[in-house]
Design a protein around this ligand. Sequence first.
Ligand code: MG
Length: 308
Amino acid sequence: MGSYDTFDDRFGSLVIGSAVVERLWTGGRWTEGPVCVPAAKAVVWSDIPEDRLLRYDETSGAISVFERPCGYHNGHTLDAFGRIVACEHSNRCVSRLSFDGRWETIVDRFDGKRLNSPNDVVVKADGSIWFSDPSYGIDSDYEGHAAKSEIGTCNVYRHDPRTGETTAVVTGLDRPNGLAFSPDERILYVSDTSLVDTPAIHAFTVAADGRTVGDDRIFAVSEVGFFDGFRLDLMGNLWTSSGDGVRVYAADGTLLGLIIIPEAVSNLCFGGPKRNRLYITATSSLYAVYVNAAPANGRLQSVEARPI
Ligand code: MG
């Protein structure tokens, strides 16, 4: 199943021509937010309208329900300790799966007002949590609970778990969605799934203080469907969801190639023991394909290395 379209010779070194795209599971309504949990040897992802999390066992290949109901989760990532950090539509918060199995709310308000519906999240090397907050989880009852926005705009926020401070770092986009840092964390990439502005991935220069962003430039414009979630590899290439598969862009913005997926892709993550297996959530299904790349943020820090 699946194949590749090459637009630049560099793409050949990033994929394995003989590696086929596998459909590991289907039966969802809108899948999103895959995260590989190395300690569990598992991939967890969301089926948002069904209000459930699913789990793929990387050892046995078994699929099971990880949690249901779950609060209409959307995006996930790991923190430096390997804990899952989640975007919850129904609780309108970013939460974390603690070591005792409880979901702890990390942030659910900005300036005293409830967040809209956090969509995607990344944890920076300094431990700060950056997340997007469009309105998809409150626009209707399908992916959450219909409600009016208290904030009135859709922003990207930075939350500092040490101080509890939350600041709006990107305020000029219509529907900020997927986000990720370049390997050196000097660029913050944010996709805008706007219906009124040009749907694109923006590249923001991260300020010297590491806490704010400056210049905004268009990195790539959506050609088919939307860019939703994406990840960076160690070389700085950006692997993004799109309407026709996974599109890979070089750091200079050149479209290198396409991994063709038969459903609209929402998000992806690197996983497997060598971190060289790409897991892809696409509409109703979970797909996987081995690639010749490794994630930019694939190394977890030991608990001992960080002050608690
Ligand atoms: Mg998203």
